[in-house]
Structure formats: structure tokens, C-alpha cells
Design a protein around this ligand. Structure first.
Ligand code: DOR
Ligand code: ZN
Length: 355
């Protein structure tokens, strides 16, 4: 049995408020515990989006009632909510500020670079700022971080040109950190999807990339600060329509995939602990969780099945994959929260990391 710290996923979509038929704080944090995570940071592209005090209350009240693991809630950067310096207590109640600089699911998007300035300028320098910025928008976002002399965390890096850019930015002393998702490390755009999985299932932003991109991510593991699932559940019915929304569920598959990569010699235990615990804890300034750990049977082999998951979306892009390393138990603040496939803490046990 291996013992790990309670893992942190800094990038999940829990769909509450507004699309709780896909996921909510209850099902999403149950999926988190079943994946070995004791902290999740929830993205703001909900309905309505989380962008001010009222909408933040909406999400945090739901989380308070329903979350089974600890959580934080991001605010979203919009066209007219950048007067953060006037809303003193608001930033400190959030996990961080998320800026959508490229197209994605939902209505939060800052198309015009004139809209970027006030957010870079006014969002407190000691609070996390996260960007969805692909390719050349990523280069622009890193330039903004440099101009405003502040930290910036880049979400879901997927391309060779991106990881090389971040490497160069770090070598030049810029305060840039980044995360990579399991699907961008274990799949390419030509990966065969599981039995009966249609083309719509493959839709995700950033898109699955080429083998050359995947190789570059693995070759630059030391540039990757965090592994984040970007858990983005959409129902199987939605994924199989002609207009499939982008996104993969990922909370319950990330750890076994990384443990399998460790078994294959592609990663070390230290890589897993630094990228799924120590680095996110530091980057997102998260509190200690006393008496919290995860137990894993590193020798157990099993097949990934959506039917066994807690996420409400009812599918996984990793259906049928053989993995080695099974989560047995999660202890959160002294209480067994998950054991052998069962959630053992009530809705409402989870705490706000900024509370
Ligand atoms: O594939 C994605 N799905 N990428 C995003 O950036 C958003 C996410 C979602 O919310 O579904
Ligand atoms: Zn996302």
C-alpha cells in the first residue's frame, strides 16, 4: 500500500449553478474523492457565470451545502468587472481569477486585448491568476504577466510550441507556472476512442494534439508544475449530438493513469506528489489539511469503466483502459471519506479553502 497526501485538482468544472444535470457540487466532489482528490478548485463558466459577489455567493452557498471534499471557487474575468481594487474582500473569497482568452464552453471570453489590461493591473498580485490561452494568445498573456510583473498560471498546456514558450519564460525569470491534463499526455488527435464512442466524444478544448506535441510534454516534465484534470463533464447524450460540447470528465481517471505511467517508468512518485500536491498547494496558496491522506494499492490492475464512476455525465474517454494502481482509501481531516468504492462523508463535509 502506498500512502500519498490528499491530492489537489486546481481545474474542475462542477456545473453548479445552472447545469446540475451534468454535475453538481455533490456528484463532482464525490468523483473527486473517488479519484484521490481532497481539494478541487471550481471554474466559473457556469450559468450564470461566477463574476461578482452575488454569483460567487450562489456557488459558495451550493458548495457549502453539498461538497464532500474541500473546494475553492474561481471568479471569471468579464468585460466590465475588472475594478477588483474597489471590491476589497471579493478576490480573497475566490480560488483565483480565471481569464478565458480563447474560445471555449460558456460565455466568459475576453476577445479584445484592451479588456485584459485592467484585470492584469487590478487583480491582487498575491492572488492566483489563471489563463486559458492557447498558442499565440499564450505568448500575449505571458507578455502581459511580464509587463505587469505578476504571476500567471497557464491552464491545460497541450502543444510543443506552448511548453517550449513556458520553458523559455521561466528561464527568463518570469513568474509563469502551468498545468497539463491527462488527456493531453495520454492521447493524440488520432487516438482510437473506445468501443462505440462517436467523434463528438473527442471534442475538448484545447483539442487533442499530435504525437510530436505529446512527446514534447513528456520531454519537458520538469517544466510542468501541476497535473490538472480539467474535469469537464457533459452528458453522453450531449456528446453524441451533431453539436457536441467540448470537454472530458477526468477526476476519477487521473490518478490511476499517472500511477500506471509510474509503473511504466515514465514518472516517479515524486513527480506525482509535486504535480498533484506540493506545487498546486503553493501556487494556489492552499491551507494545510491536517490528518489527510490517500492510500493506493500500487499492484492492483483494473479496467476503467464509466459505470463505476460518481460523475453524473456517465461516460469517460478512457473507457476500457487497463490501469495499474487502485485507490483504496481517502482520509480527510481525520475521517475516512472514501473506502473501497464508497463515499463515507456527508454532503456539506467539505470546507471552503478560502473560508
Ligand atoms: O473542453 C473544454 N471544456 N474546455 C474548456 O475550456 C471548457 C470546458 C467546459 O467547461 O466544458
Ligand atoms: Zn477547463
Amino acid at each position: 500500500m502506498l500512502k500519498l497526501p490528499g491530492l489537489i485538482d486546481p481545474h474542475v468544472h462542477l456545473r453548479e449553478p445552472g447545469a446540475t444535470y451534468k454535475e453538481d457540487f455533490d456528484s463532482g466532489t464525490s468523483a473527486a474523492l473517488a479519484g484521490g482528490f481532497t481539494v478541487v478548485l471550481a471554474m466559473p463558466n457556469t450559468k450564470p457565470p461566477i463574476f461578482d459577489s452575488g454569483t460567487l455567493d450562489l456557488a459558495l452557498n451550493a458548495a457549502k451545502q453539498k461538497a464532500r471534499c474541500d473546494y475553492g471557487q474561481y471568479l471569471g474575468a468579464g468585460p466590465d468587472n475588472a475594478d477588483w481594487e474597489l471590491k476589497k474582500s471579493l478576490p480573497s473569497r475566490a480560488a483565483g481569477l480565471k481569464m478565458y482568452l480563447d474560445s471555449t464552453f460558456g460565455e466568459l471570453r475576453l476577445d479584445d486585448m484592451t479588456l485584459w489590461h485592467p484585470h492584469f493591473e487590478n487583480w491582487p498580485k498575491d492572488m492566483p491568476l489563471v489563463a486559458h490561452a492557447e498558442s499565440r494568445s499564450m505568448a500575449a498573456a505571458i507578455l502581459f504577466a511580464s509587463i505587469y510583473d505578476r504571476s500567471l498560471h497557464i491552464a491545460h498546456v497541450s502543444l510543443k510550441e506552448e511548453i517550449l514558450l513556458i520553458k523559455a519564460a521561466k528561464e527568463n525569470g518570469l513568474k509563469v507556472t502551468c498545468e497539463v491534463c491527462p488527456h493531453h499526455l495520454f492521447m493524440t488527435s488520432s487516438s482510437p476512442f473506445g468501443r462505440g464512442q462517436g467523434e463528438g466524444r473527442k471534442e475538448v478544448r484545447p483539442r487533442l494534439a499530435s504525437q510530436k506535441d505529446v512527446d514534447a510534454l513528456w520531454e519537458n516534465l520538469d517544466v510542468i508544475d501541476c497535473f490538472a484534470s480539467d474535469h469537464a463533464p457533459h452528458t453522453i447524450e450531449e456528446k453524441d449530438t451533431d453539436n457536441p460540447p467540448p470537454g472530458f470528465p477526468g477526476l476519477e481517471t487521473a490518478l490511476p493513469l499517472f500511477l500506471t505511467a509510474m509503473d511504466n517508468g515514465r514518472l516517479t512518485m515524486d513527480d506525482i506528489i509535486s504535480k498533484m500536491f506540493s506545487n498546486p498547494k503553493k501556487i494556489f496558496n492552499l491551507p494545510e489539511q491536517a490528518e489527510t491522506w490517500v492510500e493506493v494499492d500500487e499492484n492492483e490492475t483494473y479496467e476503467i469503466k464509466a459505470a463505476e464512476q460518481f460523475t453524473r455525465c456517465d461516460w469517460t474517454p478512457f473507457e476500457g483502459w487497463q490501469v495499474k494502481g487502485k485507490l483504496r482509501k481517502v482520509v480527510l481531516r481525520g475521517k475516512t471519506a472514501f473506502e473501497d468504492g464508497k463515499i463515507l462523508v456527508n454532503a456539506g463535509y467539505g470546507r471552503d479553502v478560502r473560508g
